[in-house]
Design a binder for this molecule. Sequence first.
Ligand SMILES: NC(=O)c1ccc[n+]([C@@H]2O[C@H](COP(=O)([O-])OP(=O)(O)OC[C@H]3O[C@@H](n4cnc5c(N)ncnc54)[C@H](O)[C@@H]3O)[C@@H](O)[C@H]2O)c1
Ligand SMILES: [Zn+2]
Ligand SMILES: [Zn+2]
Length: 377
Amino acid sequence: MRALAYHGPKNVSVDEVPDARIERPTDVLVRITTTNICGSDLHMYEGRTGVEEGKVLGHENMGEVIEIGNGVDRVKVGDRVCLPFNIGCGFCKNCESGRTGFCLTANPGNAGAAYGYADMGPYDGGQAELLRVPYADWNALVLPEDAQEKEKDYVMLSDILPTGYHGTELAQVGIGDSVVIYGAGPVGLMAAMSARLRGADQVFVIDRQPDRLKLVEAMDATPIDDSKGDAVDQVLELTRGEGADKGVEAVGYQAHDHAGHEKPGMTINDLVKAVRPTGRIGVVGVFVPEDPNAADELATKGQFAFDFGTFFFKGQTMGTGQANVKQYNRQLRNLIHRDKLNPGIIVSHELTLDQAAEGYQRFDDRESGWTKVLLHP
Ligand SMILES: NC(=O)c1ccc[n+]([C@@H]2O[C@H](COP(=O)([O-])OP(=O)(O)OC[C@H]3O[C@@H](n4cnc5c(N)ncnc54)[C@H](O)[C@@H]3O)[C@@H](O)[C@H]2O)c1
Ligand SMILES: [Zn+2]
Ligand SMILES: [Zn+2]
């Protein structure tokens, strides 16, 4: 089959690789119809993870089931499914309590497994013609009859929509809240959509890319361009000097100032300033325990100076981590089915698998207008 493989920093290509196949009775085999490029893929693409060469990437996957293992009961051949990026077993302590992003058995020695991702287990990704789905009865979300018609919307259930939602859940965004979101990439935009869904009053999203800030308006939220003045000051001004009730981090460890200098602690420390005393902060942007290619010594160990004094003094709370996609994808699917959510509006490009390398390069360059890229193998 053809699949997008990692070969080194900024070097990916579509290669002929052995077909994905059923390996265990609980697997199904999916013919991929849509698979997205994610901001998380860019950390690998830029050589900022320990991903091994030859790894097939792709964790935002949707397609048609073409074969099922002997132990699969629920999922049927012909089903259209969207796969959570996390792979869970369904029977460990964390999966049982809904924390499927931290499965204790699917990636032994670590908490959490995923398709096509650094340190997330031996699983190949779905930027390919075929994908093996482990524990399919547990993991696969079966889609209704409008699956193909709303493919662009449903495929967002694999990661960014539940992840944006998870940010608002960690921050406990509720009715009438003001919310400040750092990052207007796909995850930040989905966090804004989710904050609206949860009844927030004011929703501010900070970035400096004009095309992305424009999409913030499409989310019925207020864009804040931090290249045009201090973003914290702007949030304080818009919240009577108090700060926002809730905050969401959707940038991650490669956060940079608008001159382009990477500062991994920048958004976290700014959130502590921009959120009011006793406010809650949800961090879904990725941070890593090791970053050997980071610019400074502390950052190579995944560390940065955190303004803990102010955080404590303000009595704030912070929640972190990978999104447990399965906790939300069924409910969000229903809202898409009933035309109450349309996350596909952020999609800017739909490419063939053969155009994937170009898609990576242009999305990574944050080229104007490249807000979310879908591949159709
Ligand atoms: N927790 C999870 O389960 C999960 C899932 C998916 C993605 N992620 C992570 O979420 C983060 C965002 O993903 P994405 O797909 O939206 O990525 P992206 O790279 O497309 O978007 C990041 C945005 O942040 C902006 N930015 C950079 N520095 C900034 C700063 N200091 N202040 C404000 N904005 C800044 C960039 O201009 C860009 O628009 C990534 O770290 C990704 O790995 C986490
Ligand atoms: Zn993703
Ligand atoms: Zn598990």
